[in-house]
Design a protein around this ligand. Structure first.
Ligand SMILES: *Cc1c(COP(=O)(O)O)cnc(C)c1O
Length: 367
Protein backbone atom coordinates (compact mmCIF):
# COMPACT_ATOMS: atom_id res chain seq x y z
CA UNK A 1 0.00 0.00 0.00
CA UNK A 2 1.24 3.52 -0.86
CA UNK A 3 -0.12 6.31 1.34
CA UNK A 4 0.77 9.95 0.70
CA UNK A 5 0.99 12.51 3.52
CA UNK A 6 -1.79 14.39 1.81
CA UNK A 7 -3.74 13.56 -1.34
CA UNK A 8 -5.16 16.57 -3.15
CA UNK A 9 -6.38 14.63 -6.16
CA UNK A 10 -8.94 12.62 -4.16
CA UNK A 11 -10.87 15.78 -3.36
CA UNK A 12 -10.65 17.03 -6.92
CA UNK A 13 -11.97 13.74 -8.32
CA UNK A 14 -14.96 13.91 -6.02
CA UNK A 15 -15.84 17.46 -7.06
CA UNK A 16 -14.53 17.47 -10.63
CA UNK A 17 -17.81 18.11 -12.43
CA UNK A 18 -18.88 20.94 -10.17
CA UNK A 19 -15.48 22.58 -10.25
CA UNK A 20 -15.17 22.41 -14.02
CA UNK A 21 -18.67 23.88 -14.38
CA UNK A 22 -17.80 26.71 -11.99
CA UNK A 23 -14.54 27.48 -13.78
CA UNK A 24 -16.26 27.37 -17.16
CA UNK A 25 -18.87 29.83 -15.97
CA UNK A 26 -16.16 32.29 -14.97
CA UNK A 27 -14.25 31.82 -18.23
CA UNK A 28 -17.41 32.48 -20.23
CA UNK A 29 -18.36 35.53 -18.17
CA UNK A 30 -15.33 37.56 -19.23
CA UNK A 31 -14.96 38.85 -15.66
CA UNK A 32 -11.77 37.45 -14.22
CA UNK A 33 -10.96 39.89 -11.42
CA UNK A 34 -13.24 41.10 -8.64
CA UNK A 35 -16.42 39.52 -9.89
CA UNK A 36 -19.47 37.93 -8.24
CA UNK A 37 -17.61 34.77 -7.14
CA UNK A 38 -15.19 36.82 -5.06
CA UNK A 39 -18.12 38.70 -3.46
CA UNK A 40 -19.89 35.42 -2.75
CA UNK A 41 -16.79 34.00 -1.07
CA UNK A 42 -16.46 37.11 1.12
CA UNK A 43 -20.00 36.52 2.40
CA UNK A 44 -19.33 32.88 3.20
CA UNK A 45 -16.09 33.61 5.02
CA UNK A 46 -17.81 36.34 7.06
CA UNK A 47 -20.40 33.76 8.05
CA UNK A 48 -17.87 31.08 9.03
CA UNK A 49 -15.67 33.46 11.02
CA UNK A 50 -18.42 35.66 12.43
CA UNK A 51 -16.59 38.75 11.18
CA UNK A 52 -18.09 41.96 9.84
CA UNK A 53 -15.60 42.36 6.99
CA UNK A 54 -13.69 39.98 4.76
CA UNK A 55 -11.13 41.21 2.26
CA UNK A 56 -9.71 38.73 -0.27
CA UNK A 57 -6.00 38.92 -1.04
CA UNK A 58 -3.57 37.03 -3.27
CA UNK A 59 -2.29 34.67 -0.55
CA UNK A 60 -1.98 34.24 3.20
CA UNK A 61 1.44 35.89 3.36
CA UNK A 62 0.06 39.04 1.73
CA UNK A 63 -2.79 38.94 4.23
CA UNK A 64 -0.28 39.18 7.09
CA UNK A 65 1.75 41.91 5.35
CA UNK A 66 -1.36 43.96 4.55
CA UNK A 67 -2.73 43.54 8.07
CA UNK A 68 0.53 44.85 9.57
CA UNK A 69 0.68 47.67 7.02
CA UNK A 70 -2.96 48.66 7.57
CA UNK A 71 -2.30 49.05 11.30
CA UNK A 72 0.67 51.26 10.50
CA UNK A 73 3.25 48.79 11.75
CA UNK A 74 6.68 49.14 10.17
CA UNK A 75 10.18 50.53 10.65
CA UNK A 76 11.22 50.75 14.28
CA UNK A 77 8.39 48.55 15.57
CA UNK A 78 8.58 45.14 17.19
CA UNK A 79 6.10 42.34 16.67
CA UNK A 80 5.99 39.27 18.90
CA UNK A 81 5.34 35.89 17.34
CA UNK A 82 6.14 32.19 17.46
CA UNK A 83 9.40 30.81 16.05
CA UNK A 84 7.72 27.49 15.40
CA UNK A 85 5.63 28.21 12.32
CA UNK A 86 5.85 28.51 8.57
CA UNK A 87 8.43 31.11 7.52
CA UNK A 88 5.77 33.52 6.19
CA UNK A 89 4.73 34.60 9.71
CA UNK A 90 8.15 36.06 10.51
CA UNK A 91 8.74 37.11 6.93
CA UNK A 92 5.64 39.33 6.87
CA UNK A 93 6.88 41.18 9.97
CA UNK A 94 10.31 41.75 8.44
CA UNK A 95 8.76 42.66 5.07
CA UNK A 96 7.00 45.72 6.53
CA UNK A 97 10.28 46.76 8.15
CA UNK A 98 9.44 45.70 11.71
CA UNK A 99 11.49 43.35 13.89
CA UNK A 100 10.13 39.88 14.70
CA UNK A 101 10.56 39.04 18.38
CA UNK A 102 10.30 35.29 18.81
CA UNK A 103 8.78 33.81 21.95
CA UNK A 104 9.07 30.08 22.56
CA UNK A 105 6.20 27.62 22.28
CA UNK A 106 4.74 24.90 24.49
CA UNK A 107 6.00 21.41 23.85
CA UNK A 108 2.59 19.73 23.95
CA UNK A 109 0.56 22.18 21.81
CA UNK A 110 3.29 23.72 19.60
CA UNK A 111 1.68 27.13 20.15
CA UNK A 112 3.22 30.30 21.60
CA UNK A 113 3.59 30.30 25.37
CA UNK A 114 1.62 33.31 26.72
CA UNK A 115 3.57 33.16 30.00
CA UNK A 116 6.78 34.06 28.15
CA UNK A 117 5.37 36.99 26.17
CA UNK A 118 5.24 39.78 28.73
CA UNK A 119 8.98 39.87 29.45
CA UNK A 120 9.56 40.52 25.74
CA UNK A 121 7.23 43.51 25.54
CA UNK A 122 9.08 46.83 25.15
CA UNK A 123 8.11 50.38 24.23
CA UNK A 124 8.60 49.38 20.60
CA UNK A 125 6.19 46.43 20.69
CA UNK A 126 3.14 47.11 18.53
CA UNK A 127 1.53 43.74 17.94
CA UNK A 128 1.41 40.05 18.73
CA UNK A 129 0.86 37.47 15.98
CA UNK A 130 -0.32 34.22 17.55
CA UNK A 131 -0.28 31.32 15.09
CA UNK A 132 -3.00 28.69 15.33
CA UNK A 133 -0.51 26.00 14.44
CA UNK A 134 -1.60 22.78 12.76
CA UNK A 135 -5.23 23.84 13.21
CA UNK A 136 -5.26 24.40 16.96
CA UNK A 137 -6.13 27.86 18.32
CA UNK A 138 -3.42 29.51 20.42
CA UNK A 139 -4.21 30.39 24.07
CA UNK A 140 -6.16 33.47 23.08
CA UNK A 141 -7.60 34.55 26.46
CA UNK A 142 -4.13 35.17 27.87
CA UNK A 143 -2.87 36.73 24.64
CA UNK A 144 -5.84 39.10 24.31
CA UNK A 145 -5.44 40.07 27.97
CA UNK A 146 -1.79 41.01 27.31
CA UNK A 147 -2.86 42.92 24.23
CA UNK A 148 -5.34 44.92 26.25
CA UNK A 149 -2.91 45.60 29.08
CA UNK A 150 -0.13 46.82 26.78
CA UNK A 151 -2.29 48.20 23.96
CA UNK A 152 -1.04 45.82 21.33
CA UNK A 153 -2.75 44.81 18.10
CA UNK A 154 -3.55 41.10 17.91
CA UNK A 155 -3.15 39.67 14.41
CA UNK A 156 -4.17 36.02 14.17
CA UNK A 157 -2.20 33.89 11.76
CA UNK A 158 -5.10 31.52 11.15
CA UNK A 159 -3.74 30.24 7.84
CA UNK A 160 -3.91 26.63 9.06
CA UNK A 161 -7.10 26.89 11.05
CA UNK A 162 -10.17 27.91 9.04
CA UNK A 163 -13.18 26.48 10.87
CA UNK A 164 -11.42 26.10 14.23
CA UNK A 165 -12.81 27.80 17.30
CA UNK A 166 -11.73 28.91 20.75
CA UNK A 167 -14.30 28.73 23.57
CA UNK A 168 -17.06 28.70 20.97
CA UNK A 169 -15.73 31.63 18.95
CA UNK A 170 -14.32 31.09 15.47
CA UNK A 171 -10.64 31.87 14.89
CA UNK A 172 -10.04 34.98 12.85
CA UNK A 173 -12.57 36.91 14.91
CA UNK A 174 -10.76 36.59 18.25
CA UNK A 175 -8.13 39.31 17.81
CA UNK A 176 -8.17 42.58 15.86
CA UNK A 177 -7.71 40.87 12.53
CA UNK A 178 -7.33 37.32 11.20
CA UNK A 179 -5.46 36.04 8.16
CA UNK A 180 -6.30 32.89 6.19
CA UNK A 181 -4.57 31.09 3.33
CA UNK A 182 -6.17 29.07 0.54
CA UNK A 183 -2.87 27.43 -0.47
CA UNK A 184 -3.83 24.03 -2.00
CA UNK A 185 -2.86 21.95 1.06
CA UNK A 186 -4.72 24.08 3.63
CA UNK A 187 -8.01 22.83 5.09
CA UNK A 188 -9.78 24.90 2.44
CA UNK A 189 -7.47 25.16 -0.54
CA UNK A 190 -7.84 26.48 -4.07
CA UNK A 191 -5.85 25.42 -7.15
CA UNK A 192 -3.21 28.08 -6.91
CA UNK A 193 -2.61 30.83 -4.37
CA UNK A 194 -5.27 32.66 -2.42
CA UNK A 195 -6.02 34.25 0.91
CA UNK A 196 -8.42 36.43 2.87
CA UNK A 197 -8.34 38.65 5.94
CA UNK A 198 -11.24 39.20 8.32
CA UNK A 199 -11.89 41.94 10.85
CA UNK A 200 -14.65 43.85 12.61
CA UNK A 201 -12.76 47.11 12.14
CA UNK A 202 -14.31 48.99 9.22
CA UNK A 203 -11.45 51.43 8.78
CA UNK A 204 -8.87 48.68 8.69
CA UNK A 205 -10.94 46.61 6.26
CA UNK A 206 -11.27 49.58 3.93
CA UNK A 207 -7.59 50.34 4.19
CA UNK A 208 -6.64 46.77 3.29
CA UNK A 209 -9.05 46.76 0.37
CA UNK A 210 -7.42 49.93 -0.87
CA UNK A 211 -3.85 48.79 -0.24
CA UNK A 212 -4.53 45.53 -2.08
CA UNK A 213 -5.68 47.52 -5.14
CA UNK A 214 -2.67 49.82 -5.59
CA UNK A 215 -3.87 52.11 -2.83
CA UNK A 216 -6.92 53.14 -4.81
CA UNK A 217 -10.63 53.19 -4.11
CA UNK A 218 -11.54 54.74 -7.44
CA UNK A 219 -9.72 53.20 -10.39
CA UNK A 220 -6.76 55.27 -11.62
CA UNK A 221 -6.86 57.55 -8.57
CA UNK A 222 -4.31 56.39 -6.03
CA UNK A 223 -4.42 57.66 -2.50
CA UNK A 224 -1.40 55.73 -1.25
CA UNK A 225 1.31 53.41 -2.46
CA UNK A 226 -0.11 49.93 -2.15
CA UNK A 227 0.20 46.46 -3.58
CA UNK A 228 -1.44 44.35 -6.24
CA UNK A 229 -2.89 41.55 -4.15
CA UNK A 230 -6.13 40.06 -5.33
CA UNK A 231 -7.89 36.73 -5.29
CA UNK A 232 -8.68 35.57 -8.83
CA UNK A 233 -12.31 35.08 -9.81
CA UNK A 234 -11.50 31.52 -10.96
CA UNK A 235 -9.97 30.61 -7.60
CA UNK A 236 -12.95 32.15 -5.79
CA UNK A 237 -15.34 30.06 -7.90
CA UNK A 238 -13.39 26.91 -6.98
CA UNK A 239 -13.44 27.87 -3.32
CA UNK A 240 -17.19 28.51 -3.46
CA UNK A 241 -17.69 24.91 -4.59
CA UNK A 242 -15.35 23.51 -1.94
CA UNK A 243 -16.42 25.68 0.98
CA UNK A 244 -19.74 23.90 1.45
CA UNK A 245 -17.69 20.80 2.39
CA UNK A 246 -15.38 22.52 4.85
CA UNK A 247 -17.32 21.62 7.97
CA UNK A 248 -17.65 17.96 6.96
CA UNK A 249 -13.95 17.79 6.00
CA UNK A 250 -12.87 19.31 9.30
CA UNK A 251 -15.07 16.83 11.17
CA UNK A 252 -13.45 14.00 9.24
CA UNK A 253 -10.00 15.30 10.16
CA UNK A 254 -11.04 15.40 13.82
CA UNK A 255 -12.35 11.85 13.63
CA UNK A 256 -9.12 10.58 12.09
CA UNK A 257 -7.14 12.45 14.74
CA UNK A 258 -9.13 10.89 17.56
CA UNK A 259 -8.44 7.43 16.16
CA UNK A 260 -4.71 8.16 16.07
CA UNK A 261 -4.97 9.53 19.65
CA UNK A 262 -6.66 6.36 20.83
CA UNK A 263 -4.55 3.85 18.99
CA UNK A 264 -1.16 5.38 19.65
CA UNK A 265 -1.66 5.76 23.39
CA UNK A 266 0.71 3.04 24.52
CA UNK A 267 3.50 3.57 22.05
CA UNK A 268 6.62 5.70 22.25
CA UNK A 269 5.05 8.57 20.36
CA UNK A 270 3.35 11.51 22.01
CA UNK A 271 0.14 12.57 20.33
CA UNK A 272 -0.65 16.27 19.84
CA UNK A 273 -2.56 17.75 22.77
CA UNK A 274 -5.79 19.63 22.18
CA UNK A 275 -6.33 22.18 24.95
CA UNK A 276 -9.60 22.54 26.87
CA UNK A 277 -12.33 24.46 25.08
CA UNK A 278 -10.89 24.49 21.58
CA UNK A 279 -12.11 22.97 18.36
CA UNK A 280 -8.91 21.75 16.73
CA UNK A 281 -9.21 21.21 12.96
CA UNK A 282 -6.00 19.18 12.48
CA UNK A 283 -4.51 20.83 9.44
CA UNK A 284 -1.69 18.44 10.28
CA UNK A 285 -1.48 15.59 12.76
CA UNK A 286 1.95 15.99 14.30
CA UNK A 287 3.38 13.52 16.80
CA UNK A 288 6.54 13.95 18.85
CA UNK A 289 9.03 11.24 19.65
CA UNK A 290 12.68 10.66 20.45
CA UNK A 291 12.60 8.15 17.63
CA UNK A 292 11.21 10.21 14.75
CA UNK A 293 14.02 9.21 12.41
CA UNK A 294 13.45 5.52 13.04
CA UNK A 295 9.69 5.94 12.66
CA UNK A 296 10.06 7.94 9.47
CA UNK A 297 12.39 5.35 7.99
CA UNK A 298 10.17 2.41 8.95
CA UNK A 299 7.01 4.02 7.58
CA UNK A 300 8.83 4.92 4.36
CA UNK A 301 9.72 1.28 3.85
CA UNK A 302 6.07 0.41 4.32
CA UNK A 303 5.03 2.92 1.63
CA UNK A 304 3.78 5.58 4.04
CA UNK A 305 4.84 9.20 3.56
CA UNK A 306 5.39 11.52 6.52
CA UNK A 307 6.52 15.13 6.79
CA UNK A 308 8.59 17.31 9.09
CA UNK A 309 6.94 20.57 10.14
CA UNK A 310 9.17 22.47 10.66
CA UNK A 311 12.79 21.34 10.44
CA UNK A 312 14.19 24.74 11.46
CA UNK A 313 12.63 27.27 13.82
CA UNK A 314 12.47 30.80 12.40
CA UNK A 315 15.02 32.33 14.79
CA UNK A 316 17.70 30.02 13.38
CA UNK A 317 16.88 30.62 9.72
CA UNK A 318 19.65 32.18 7.69
CA UNK A 319 17.27 34.92 6.53
CA UNK A 320 17.09 36.10 10.17
CA UNK A 321 20.82 35.93 10.93
CA UNK A 322 20.69 39.71 11.38
CA UNK A 323 18.45 39.24 14.42
CA UNK A 324 21.42 37.53 16.15
CA UNK A 325 19.62 34.63 17.80
CA UNK A 326 21.69 31.58 18.59
CA UNK A 327 21.08 27.91 19.23
CA UNK A 328 19.73 27.46 22.73
CA UNK A 329 17.76 30.74 22.81
CA UNK A 330 14.37 29.08 22.25
CA UNK A 331 14.93 25.51 23.41
CA UNK A 332 11.42 24.12 23.01
CA UNK A 333 11.11 25.17 19.38
CA UNK A 334 14.59 23.85 18.70
CA UNK A 335 13.80 20.51 20.28
CA UNK A 336 10.50 20.20 18.40
CA UNK A 337 12.25 20.87 15.09
CA UNK A 338 14.06 17.54 15.41
CA UNK A 339 11.40 15.56 17.28
CA UNK A 340 8.19 16.00 15.29
CA UNK A 341 6.61 14.06 12.47
CA UNK A 342 3.34 14.61 10.60
CA UNK A 343 1.36 11.45 9.86
CA UNK A 344 -0.92 11.16 6.82
CA UNK A 345 -4.18 12.91 7.55
CA UNK A 346 -6.62 14.24 4.97
CA UNK A 347 -10.41 13.92 4.81
CA UNK A 348 -10.31 11.17 2.18
CA UNK A 349 -7.93 8.91 4.14
CA UNK A 350 -9.99 5.76 4.67
CA UNK A 351 -10.24 3.40 7.60
CA UNK A 352 -8.20 0.66 6.00
CA UNK A 353 -5.36 3.04 5.20
CA UNK A 354 -5.35 4.53 8.69
CA UNK A 355 -5.38 1.10 10.34
CA UNK A 356 -2.42 0.11 8.19
CA UNK A 357 -0.51 3.24 9.26
CA UNK A 358 -1.28 2.50 12.90
CA UNK A 359 -0.20 -1.14 12.58
CA UNK A 360 3.06 -0.08 10.95
CA UNK A 361 3.68 2.48 13.71
CA UNK A 362 3.16 -0.18 16.37
CA UNK A 363 5.70 -2.47 14.67
CA UNK A 364 8.41 0.11 15.36
CA UNK A 365 8.14 -0.75 19.07
CA UNK A 366 7.91 -4.50 18.69
CA UNK A 367 11.12 -4.78 16.66
C1 LIG B 1 0.41 28.76 4.71
C2 LIG B 1 0.78 29.66 5.80
C3 LIG B 1 1.05 31.02 5.60
C4 LIG B 1 1.16 31.65 4.24
O1 LIG B 1 0.11 31.42 3.40
P1 LIG B 1 0.35 31.46 1.81
O2 LIG B 1 -1.03 31.47 1.24
O3 LIG B 1 1.13 30.27 1.44
O4 LIG B 1 1.08 32.73 1.51
C5 LIG B 1 1.31 31.80 6.70
N1 LIG B 1 1.33 31.29 7.93
C6 LIG B 1 1.11 30.00 8.17
C7 LIG B 1 1.12 29.50 9.57
C8 LIG B 1 0.84 29.13 7.11
O5 LIG B 1 0.64 27.84 7.35
Amino acid sequence: MQIPLIDLTAQYSMLEEKILAAVKKVLRSGQYINGPEVRKLEEKIKEITGSKYAVPVANGTDGLVLALDAFGIGQGDEVITSPYTFFATGEAIARVGAVPIFVDVKEDTFNISPELIEEKITKKTKAIIPVHLFGQPAEMDAIIELGRKHQLIIIEDACQALGASYKGNPVGSLGDIGCFSFFPTKNLGCYGDGGIVVTDNQQVAERIRMLAAHGSKVKYFNEMVGYNSRLDEIQAAILNVKISHLFEWNEKRRLLASKYDRELKNTNVTCPKAIEGVKHVYHLYVITSKYVNEIKHHLEQKGISTGVYYPSPLHLQRAFLNLAYKTGDLPVSEKLASHTLALPLFPELDNRQQSYIIDCLKQVWIK
